[in-house]
Structure formats: C-alpha cells, structure tokens
Ligand binder design. Structure first.
Ligand SMILES: CCCCCC/C=C\CC(=O)SCCNC(=O)CCNC(=O)[C@H](O)C(C)(C)COP(=O)(O)OP(=O)(O)OC[C@H]1O[C@@H](n2cnc3c(N)ncnc32)[C@H](O)[C@@H]1OP(=O)(O)O
Length: 238
C-alpha cells in the first residue's frame, strides 16, 4: 500500500477512510500474504494527522474524524496480515503511530528524516492508545521521556531506542521490505496475544475517547496552539 496524498500524506478524514477500505479489502483477500506500507511521495512517509481537520471544525466533524483515526489504528494494529512499514521519509506523530502498528519497521538511513510522537509541540497530549502503542514498541521509560519532550528522532536514534528495527540505504527500502516480508508467511498467534489487551482497551473506551478528543480539540486555548503551530509550519518554509 503506497500512500499518495500530496503534498505530505497528511491523514485527512477522506484519506483515512481510503486507507481503511484498502486494508479491509486486503484482509479479506485470501491470496494476500501481507502488507507493506510505504509512501509514493519523496521525503515524507506521512506528516501525521491532517492538522486542518483539527482546526476550526465543528464538534460533529471532529468526532467523525477521530472515529476514522481510531478505525485506522484498530484495523492496522489488529491486522491478521504480516505488516511492514517501509519508512522512506519523515514520519511525525500520526505517521509514527501508523508505522508502530506494523510488525516490523524499516527506515531509510537519511539523517534528514525524523520519526516520533511530537504532539507536545502542538500543545496536545498524546491519547492513551498512542502512548500504549509506543510503550509496547520502545518501553515505558523511553515513551515517558519521548512524550514529555515531543521528541523526534533521526534514523540512527530511532534504531537505538527500538522505534525502528532496521536502517537501509534510501534506494533499498522497498527491496529490504520485500525480502523481510518473504521470510514471514503468516503472523504467529503471538501477535494477537501481545496486542489484544491494548486493542480491547480502546474498543471498550471508544465513545468516551471520541468525546474527550472533541471537547479537548475544540477548546479555545487548544485551537490557539494549533493555529500558532500552523503559522510556524508555514513560516519555516520561507
Ligand atoms: C485529546 C487528545 C488529542 C490528540 C490529538 C492527536 C494529535 C496529533 C497527532 C498528529 O498527527 S498532529 C500532526 C503532527 N504533524 C506534524 O507536526 C508534522 C508537521 N509537518 C512537518 O514537519 C513537515 O511538513 C514534514 C512532514 C517534515 C514535511 O516537510 P516538507 O518540508 O517536505 O513539507 P512542508 O513544506 O513542511 O509542508 C508542505 C505543506 O504541507 C503542510 N503540512 C505539513 N504537515 C501537515 C499536517 N500534518 N497537516 C496538514 N498540513 C500539513 C504544510 O503546512 C505545507 O503547507 P503549505 O504552506 O504548502 O500550504
């Protein structure tokens, strides 16, 4: 599955819906042996959630958007397929979350790329299931530090903390992803054993999590922080 939503593969409601439909189709396809997620765009795997979906939108629309974010995570983290993230560019926040849902992460060894949960930089606290996914990937202490600082990691740092599993030359990300994938034919049952408690936690609190998101994101102070972050993103270009 090659992500293609220019300019930066931000996860809008529409794009999330497309991703969920694609994963669902693959999941039902008996001939499909697994999933490699990568990006069709240069330099960016995914810029994470589409910030415009969280800025100046109605509570109803925010709720619909958040349900789609949850759905993507539930589908990918609970997938019965062998999943590999072929991270061929930067992968902040929701992009990092998407990578962490996979069984294995291969990243392009380019020091200009970064990956991590940077929500703190937007004045936002990462939801519990973002935190749980990261804890399951890199452990409690690293997650605590990482979330408090909104830390982004270059590929070497990401490998060191276990946020990615392998670094490869940029032009060989696809090759190595396929080679690794071919070595595993079906996911072991230990995958669902390891992930079920984390998945059940969100499933049982799904509506409350949506309510929490909507009331948080529509607060004036949070809207102001997001607005300032958007300004900063635009200024950084000039
Ligand atoms: C109750 C709990 C609530 C929790 C809610 C969960 C919260 C957060 C989860 C998220 O995922 S929030 C998104 C966080 N993402 C980021 O901070 C990434 C920001 N983007 C970048 O760092 C860079 O754009 C990049 C991905 C490294 C790519 O850099 P590049 O130089 O190639 O591109 P830019 O020139 O910076 O960007 C091009 C264009 O895209 C716009 N843009 C970038 N990221 C986003 C985004 N996530 N959503 C929407 N739009 C984005 C950027 O502003 C530029 O727009 P224009 O100026 O061209 O209009």
């Amino acid at each position: 599955m090659s992500l293609q939503n220019p300019p930066v593969n931000s996860l809008s409601l529409e794009f999330l819906t497309d991703i969920c439909i694609s994963v669902e189709k693959l999941e039902m396809d008996k001939t499909c042996r697994g999933l490699i997620i990568t990006s069709s765009l240069p330099k960016v795997f995914s810029a994470g959630l589409d910030i415009m979906e969280m800025y100046g939108k109605s509570p109803e629309r925010c709720g619909e958007f958040w349900r789609a974010v949850q759905e993507m995570w539930l589908k990918l983290y609970g997938s019965n397929m062998v999943t590999i993230a072929a991270i061929n560019g930067s992968s902040p926040a929701g992009g990092c979350l998407m990578s962490m849902t996979c069984d294995y992460r291969i990243m392009a060894d380019n020091p200009r790329y970064s990956i991590g949960l940077n929500e703190t930089q937007l004045g936002i606290v990462a939801p519990f299931w973002f935190k749980d996914t990261m804890t399951n990937t890199v452990g409690h202490r690293t997650t605590e530090l990482s979330l408090q600082l909104g830390q982004m990691y270059n590929p070497a740092e990401a490998l060191k903390i276990g946020l990615v599993d392998q670094l490869v030359p940029e032009d060989q990300v696809s090759h190595y992803s396929h080679t690794n994938h071919d070595q595993v034919t079906t996911p072991d049952r230990s995958k669902s054993m390891m992930r079920k408690p984390t998945i059940d936690k969100l499933t049982s609190k799904r509506e409350a999590d949506i309510q929490n998101f909507v009331s948080f994101i529509t607060k004036d102070s949070i809207q102001k922080s997001i607005g300032m972050y958007l300004e900063m993103l635009k200024k950084r270009k000039r």
